[in-house]
Design a protein around this ligand. Structure first.
Ligand code: OFO
Length: 170
């Protein structure tokens, strides 16, 4: 097993998860700037969820006796033109993250690192949910045109989202 390769890939995904949190926080700020508090709430919850994902990688890296390497976090965009455009980007980003998790599974398999492969199973399932929840909002925005009273209704709906970390580390 090439431990250095696994360590590098895990740290790279740790950085991806931190970037995801940063990206969604930037989207939350954008939503607040265009007076959509429900959308901002959804993004803020998503940012918290991504921090939780990042810390799962952080803890796992330590647990395996690897070194945590906190790489530079890229600066996200500041504005997206409309909630519809923004959610197109959310879905694209989650598809990118799914691909990076899948690549990481491939590396774990190539290196016969069964523990990492099993650790990643949670993320494989999580990515199905991540894409589905982004797509659900995107479809609503597309169907309604994402403007006027429809936008107001969606904003109201998104204001109820909260993030509670799972009680067990499962
Ligand atoms: Fe961590 O799942 Fe979204 O990015």
């Amino acid at each position: 097993m090439d431990k250095k390769r696994i360590e590098k890939e895990l740290n790279s995904q740790l950085n991806n998860e931190f970037f995801s949190s940063y990206l969604y926080l930037a989207m939350a700020a954008y939503c607040d700037s265009i007076s959509l508090p429900g959308f901002a709430n959804w993004m803020r919850s998503q940012a918290q969820e991504e921090l939780f994902h990042a810390m799962k990688f952080y803890d796992y890296i330590l647990e395996r006796g690897f070194k945590v390497d906190l790489l530079k976090i890229d600066q996200p965009e500041k504005e997206w033109g409309s909630p519809l455009n923004m959610f197109e980007e959310v879905l694209k980003h989650e598809q990118f993250i799914t691909e990076s998790i899948n690549n990481l599974v491939n590396v774990a398999e190539e290196e016969k690192d069964h523990a990492t492969r099993i650790f990643l199973e949670w993320f494989v399932s999580e990515q199905v949910e991540e894409e589905a929840s982004a797509d659900a909002v995107l479809q609503k925005l597309r169907l309604t045109g994402g403007q006027g009273s429809a936008l107001f209704m969606i904003d109201k709906e998104l204001s109820t989202r909260t993030f509670t970390p799972p009680a067990t580390n499962e």
